[in-house]
Write a protein that binds this ligand. Structure first.
Ligand code: AMP
Ligand code: MN
Ligand code: MN
Ligand code: MN
Length: 287
């Protein structure tokens, strides 16, 4: 009965030191448990290196767990994030797909540093590396932390505004996975694909319709409705999109760090009761 099963403190989106979070999988599990999370997924960017630790930590905390990853995709010239849940993290097809997606991050980071050097910010690559927990996963977030530490900005949102978004000196356009590939990796490994924080993309209504239509056509099953990246108006807007497109709904804080994230693990409203929660589609994948 969806009206009952949607009332679950599930947090199916967050990041550890294996991507651009600042906590270990174990510390995240402990924090999630302390905040009342009942079903948890670690969804590092383009990485599943933390999955075994996260699953073991969830078990030690007495919390149910789903495997997770947040895959970077290029769609209509923009970066879109697709969350995979409940897939087999040991499947070589998923491991290879994510390795290919991560591949360009090193050269991109060097280019970002070159762009920042042009506006007088020296050694940003080396500076960002100091914040990196996993050398295969250097991201804009690590640059942002370095620029704050070096005193160029007061916080990471300011760094993104001034240096790391389109048209700014440290921004380097990048081609990520295709929408079709990301959905295929997830589904062929037994999981379901979910559109992450749709309210964050700068799409026109037509482009957004195309994203949802193509996502469905390629086998995508869910959309994040209640996320730390949405306003309350967007909870309503994307609940409507979930109904219109026949998608299941997901819920996740997108927690990165106690110092940076405004939404803590497990601290979100429940999903609207009439929507099908993604965990209902994943009952046999819950660990
Ligand atoms: P990347 O995958 O290297 O392009 O980095 C993307 C990450 O940067 C996202 O997952 C967020 O954690 C972070 N990010 C993107 N935009 C912002 C922003 N405006 N303020 C703070 N963090 C951001
Ligand atoms: Mn991130
Ligand atoms: Mn994201
Ligand atoms: Mn995220």
């Amino acid at each position: 009965m969806p009206a009952v099963s949607s009332i679950l403190n599930a947090d199916l989106h967050c990041h550890s030191i294996v991507s651009d979070g600042t906590l270990t999988p174990e510390a995240l599990a402990e924090r999630a448990k302390a905040n009342g999370v009942e079903l948890w997924a670690l969804t590092d960017h383009d990485e599943i290196g933390g999955q075994r630790r996260a699953a073991a930590a969830a078990k030690a905390q007495g919390m149910r767990y789903l495997t997770g990853a947040e895959i970077s995709v290029t769609f209509a010239g923009e970066t879109v994030h697709i969350v995979g849940l409940g897939f087999d993290a040991e499947d070589p097809r998923m491991q290879q797909g994510l390795a290919d997606t991560r591949d360009g991050r090193g050269p991109r980071a060097m280019e970002m540093a070159a762009g920042l050097a042009k506006v007088g910010i020296q050694n940003a690559y080396e500076g960002a590396l100091k914040f990196v927990g996993n050398p295969a996963l250097i991201s804009r977030t690590h640059f942002a932390r370095f620029l704050v530490e070096a005193g160029h900005c007061k916080d990471t949102p300011e760094v993104f505004r001034k240096y790391l978004t389109e048209g700014k000196p440290g921004y380097v356009p990048h081609r990520w996975a295709t929408l079709k590939d990301a959905i295929t990796w997830i589904t062929q490994c037994g999981g379901i694909a979910v559109i992450a924080h749709p309210g964050r993309y700068k799409f026109t209504a037509n482009e957004e319709y195309a994203l949802f239509s193509e996502f469905k056509a390629h086998g995508g099953r869910g959309v994040e409705v209640v996320t730390g990246s949405h306003t309350t108006a967007e909870y309503v807007e994307y609940a409507t999109m979930a109904r219109d497109f026949g998608l299941a709904a997901s819920r996740g804080s997108d927690f990165h760090s106690p110092d940076e994230s405004h939404t803590d693990l497990g601290a979100l409203p429940y999903l609207p009761g009439d929507l099908t929660p993604v965990w209902e589609l994943l009952a046999d994948r819950i660990q």
